[in-house]
Ligand binder design. Structure first.
Ligand SMILES: [Zn+2]
Length: 273
């Protein structure tokens, strides 16, 4: 053992240095672990922007920052505004600094706190024009197609929740260049999960709402969302997104994040069924 740990060199003068280095290295591990738990800002750095991933219940909220421009993507479950607000603050993000809230779609677990952030922080809300009816009905969607037991359960619980009414500031009808808002990226409508579902496409990342999700336990593995009415159309949407130039990282509304290779594997698997 001595030989293995300390006997690699015949130069005895090096042994104490190696031993000290080993002790220091081992001593550093708990410090690194402690400091990573204590870190408040946990974002993923992309080439021109950072993404902060906030879990609000089973739903994901994302904050993308590009220079001094910040957008929030989705807003969590109804009546969880204070929870989301404190999660943002804990991550070192002041909601006052967020100018825009982009809704991937208007289901309750995505648009849940839109009104609160619009009213309190003056965030401007962007949503697909096809979401008008769901927004007018405060999240109610009469056309849900639940898959399996979990879909049925969620359809009877979370999907039944309603949010406070809000007004959309900018309706998205076609591809929308975020440069008009000072942000380098685009919004692309992908109707399917809902009539006005859209994705936010920033550099090598896509924020895709409920077009796909991460598995419940194995969160980084892609699977179908719990509500899919048209499987072929859904897969066509996923495939079209996978072909957008430079896409590597997928940020879904539930679970994730996903990587492009896994999504491609998922597409091939679904196609072979
Ligand atoms: Zn949804």
């Amino acid at each position: 053992m001595y030989q293995i740990l300390y006997g690699m060199s015949k130069n005895k003068a090096k042994y104490p240095i190696r031993l000290t280095a080993l002790i220091l290295a081992l001593g550093t591990i708990p410090l690194v672990l402690l400091s990573s738990f204590g870190t408040k800002k946990r974002y993923v750095h992309h080439k021109d922007f950072n993404v902060t991933h906030i879990k609000q219940g089973f739903a994901n909220v994302y904050v993308a920052q590009q220079g001094d421009k910040i957008v929030m993507i989705d807003s969590g479950n109804p009546e969880k505004s204070h929870d989301l607000e404190s999660r943002l603050l804990n991550m070192g993000i002041n909601p006052k600094s967020i100018e825009y809230l982009i809704l991937t779609h208007a289901h309750p677990d995505h648009a849940g706190n839109a009104r609160y952030f619009q009213e309190k922080y003056g965030m401007q809300i962007l949503s697909g024009i096809g979401e008008k009816e769901i927004i007018a009905n405060q999240g109610e969607d009469g056309n849900l197609c639940p898959i399996g037991f979990m879909g049925t359960m969620v359809g009877k619980t979370i999907a039944k929740e309603r949010y406070a009414p809000f007004e959309t500031d900018i309706y998205i009808k076609d591809e929308f260049d975020l440069k008009t808002l000072g942000f380098d990226g685009i919004i692309v409508p992908f109707p399917g999960h809902t009539p006005g579902s859209l994705i936010v496409y920033l550099g090598d990342a896509v924020f895709v709402g409920d077009i796909i999700r991460g598995k419940t336990l194995n969160k980084k593995k892609p699977t179908r969302h719990l509500f899919v009415c048209d499987f072929d159309q859904n897969l066509a949407n996923i495939e079209a997104i996978s072909k957008l130039k430079g896409v590597k990282h997928w940020y879904p509304g539930h679970g994730g994040p996903l990587v492009q290779e896994d999504v491609k594997q998922f597409i091939n698997k679904e196609k072979s069924k």
